[in-house]
Design a protein around this ligand. Sequence first.
Ligand SMILES: O=C[C@H](O)COP(=O)(O)O
Length: 248
Amino acid sequence: MRRKLAAGNWKMNGSRAALAEVEALCAAHPDSAVELLLCPPATLVAPMADARGSHPLRVGGQDCHSSESGAHTGDISAAMLKEAGASHVIVGHSERRTDHGETSETVAAKAAAAHAAGLVAVICLGETLAEREAGTTLAVVADQLGASLPEGATAANTVVAYEPVWAIGTGKVPTLEQIAEVHEYLRKELATHLPDAADGIRLLYGGSVKASNAADIFSVRDVDGALVGGASLRAEDFSPIVSALEQA
Ligand SMILES: O=C[C@H](O)COP(=O)(O)O
């Protein structure tokens, strides 16, 4: 009942020339059973929305401000992303939490702004290596989830991405048991916050997903897809991940 979601986060990578990758991805998956989402830098949201043509690929932002408008130099609002062609926006990525000091309360405000603008919020959370080694992973992600969910979150407007910070861009991946433990726990935690929506909210895994490990990760219960960084930049890398999800 939860539609699988293959999401790519281009981070601060890409150019108009890279839109050829979007065309190649769309051509490789013309009628996919899974939902496809790419989140390029803000400058590429509108060009990417054009490049997809009639393909149902979704385009998303990587961050938005919690306000509708105002004196916030360098920021972008959810409505601006929407106008540019976005349907989703990532909020609370660990790189935002670390580089920009975003708290879970900030993330909840951004997710609320996304919802108000009609965007799906992809709320990211995950433990650091020190937290994993201290045995506090479940407590950390539970705290982040509870504080990052805005009022009014539903299965239609919210996706949660579990991304262990130590697995992002490192080539290190949790064991399937560790992924299963966290996803199962997040599903239960969702039920305490949003009893009516918990079963429908997609839970993505993120952190060094690639073609060689995707099928195993997608076999884990409560993994509804992936948020992929480096391996989403090229169609030849992302397409096998999408195919693995289609076959999961
Ligand atoms: O948003 C994506 C994640 O940070 C994962 O990045 P990665 O696939 O390059 O490890």
